[in-house]
Design a protein around this ligand. Structure first.
Ligand code: URA
Length: 487
């Protein structure tokens, strides 16, 4: 594709139509316009994709690129649907955020070719496909850096509430796309991230966007740096330290913003000894066990002792009264629990509530939690698909589950499914064999094991009826035992 540059935009020499994007990261807008143009059979060299603020004098609003008064063509009612593979959409969504002015033209060109070559994205030797993949990769890397290197400094608002402000310099248009990551991570804080490409502000409930900022708009060097140092030291996991990879992931450009950077040599030096201790004891060295639910809550939010904590999710703490007779343990938060920050609020939670009610167990008097505190998932397009935690991940998270159990001190624990049972026993048991009678935990607490409600959700017909009856019977037995314990 030959193109001439106008004020930083790539404009094909024969451009006939100009599409003015409302924002440089507006993939949805591009997609909708691209669909219409493809349906009208407009070739790539006839379209100029214009980002805001660059060539307003060259082209008017959406319509012809040079002279004439034709607006964008309207697709005929019987136009065939536009073909775009999932792979293309995944790559395109990221590539659209790149700062290369030619990206929207390239995306359109590949989409155009996909109509004739549906498997084009599989051709790794194709120059355009390779370029798109490069753009997407560079955007993902930029997002990863933003997750890792944003550092908040505290400023007090006039009313005395703390407000955390960070400065970051992204290479690409990722700020709005990454807002949800920070919203989930720091849901309870009031914060702003200022960047030269725009700002985002979270007040604990709503996200607002603001104009580009300058470095001098952000505060520097204040007591929060101490907080970050201890946060970083606490989440630093020597078993996962790869010095070479860490240094290549942490370009010098970011060091000046990182209060904990000065800790790194010291942490590296101590890492080997700490790792050796961990290997010898067969477990992670996590320091002292938190002695209150508030402390567990804080600690799980900072926990990165397994890879699940590095995903775009937030820790979900258990809930319920201290001293509850019954503790119910699930596997891990799902998508809805991750968004709500509460356990068992999605479909499995609703089914559980139903069966608890039928068994006469009052959920609000139980402490409800999970064996694993973060949602493990894989992206499928825009959806997050549940993935089961591995044995190692469950065993790592046991530390927090045991901390909760030690504080709540239930007399009876009900494990829902194999992951929960492993979280409580430290070994795998068969649900079929273990259900129906109590198992004594080391401290004498009774553990009852049953199936996970989402197992029922995956069944239908006779199999569902059989399993539902077993589940109801298990809960009835638990209720009977609770009544005895309460006497
Ligand atoms: N499944 C679980 O195991 N726990 C939840 O909190 C939700 C779904």
């Amino acid at each position: 594709m030959t193109a001439q540059k106008h004020s930083g935009q790539n404009v094909p020499p024969h451009a006939h139509y100009a599409v003015h994007l409302p924002a440089p990261d507006d993939f949805a807008f591009w997609r909708e316009r691209a669909r219409g143009l493809i349906q009208c059979d407009v070739p790539p060299d006839r379209v100029a994709w214009i980002e805001p603020g660059a060539t307003g004098d060259l082209f008017g609003s959406e319509g012809p690129a040079r002279g004439g008064d034709k607006r964008l063509p309207v697709p005929p009612a019987d136009a065939p649907p536009v073909r775009a593979s999932q792979r293309f959409l995944d790559v395109a969504r990221s590539a659209a955020l790149h700062s290369d002015p030619a990206r929207f033209g390239l995306l359109y060109h590949v989409l155009w070719r996909l109509q004739r070559q549906p498997r084009l994205m599989e051709d790794k030797a194709d120059v355009q496909v390779r370029r798109l993949e490069e753009l997407a990769k560079s955007v993902r890397r930029d997002a990863h850096k933003m997750h890792a290197f944003v550092r908040f400094r505290e400023v007090a608002e006039e009313d005395g509430t703390p407000h955390f402000v960070a400065w970051f310099e992204p290479d690409h248009h990722i700020v709005r796309a990454e807002a949800s990551f920070f919203m989930r991570r720091f849901a309870n804080m009031r914060w702003s991230i200022l960047t030269p490409r725009g700002s985002i502000h979270w007040d604990g409930e709503t996200m607002h966007e603001g104009p580009p900022a300058r470095r001098s708009d952000a505060p520097s060097g204040d007591p929060v740096e101490d907080l970050w140092r201890s946060y970083y030291a606490a989440i630093f996991n020597p078993a996962r330290l790869k010095v070479g990879a860490m240094l290549s992931e942490m370009p010098k450009k970011y060091w000046k913003n990182l209060p904990e950077a000065e800790l790194i040599p010291q942490l590296i030096a101590g890492a080997q000894a700490r790792e050796a201790r961990m290997v010898a004891s067969g477990s992670l060295d996590m320091g002292e066990r938190p002695a209150s639910l508030g402390a567990v809550d804080k600690a799980i939010h900072a926990c990165r002792n397994c890879p699940i904590g590095e995903l775009d999710n937030r820790a979900v703490m258990g809930e319920g009264p201290l001293g509850a007779l019954l503790m119910i343990v699930g596997e891990q938060p799902g998508d809805q629990e991750d968004q709500a920050g509460r356990p068992f609020v999605g479909p499995a939670g609703q089914l559980l509530d139903d069966y608890l009610t039928r068994a006469g167990i009052d959920r609000s008097s139980a402490y409800v939690t999970n064996a694993v505190k973060h949602f493990k998932f894989t992206w499928k397009g825009k959806r997050r698909l549940h993935q089961s935690p591995g044995a190692k991940e469950i065993d790592t998270c046991r530390w927090w589950l045991e901390a909760e159990r030690a504080v709540v001190q239930p007399r009876l624990v009900l494990a829902l499914g194999a992951s929960a049972a492993r979280g409580l026993l430290g070994k795998t048991v068969s649900i079929t064999k273990a259900r129906g009678q109590p198992i004594q935990l080391e401290d004498g607490t009774e553990l009852w094991v049953t199936a996970h409600p989402s197992y029922l959700l995956r069944l239908d017909g006779e199999a569902r009826e059989t399993q539902a009856a077993l589940f109801a019977a298990d809960l009835a037995a638990v209720q009977e035992r609770l009544a005895e314990l309460a006497d």
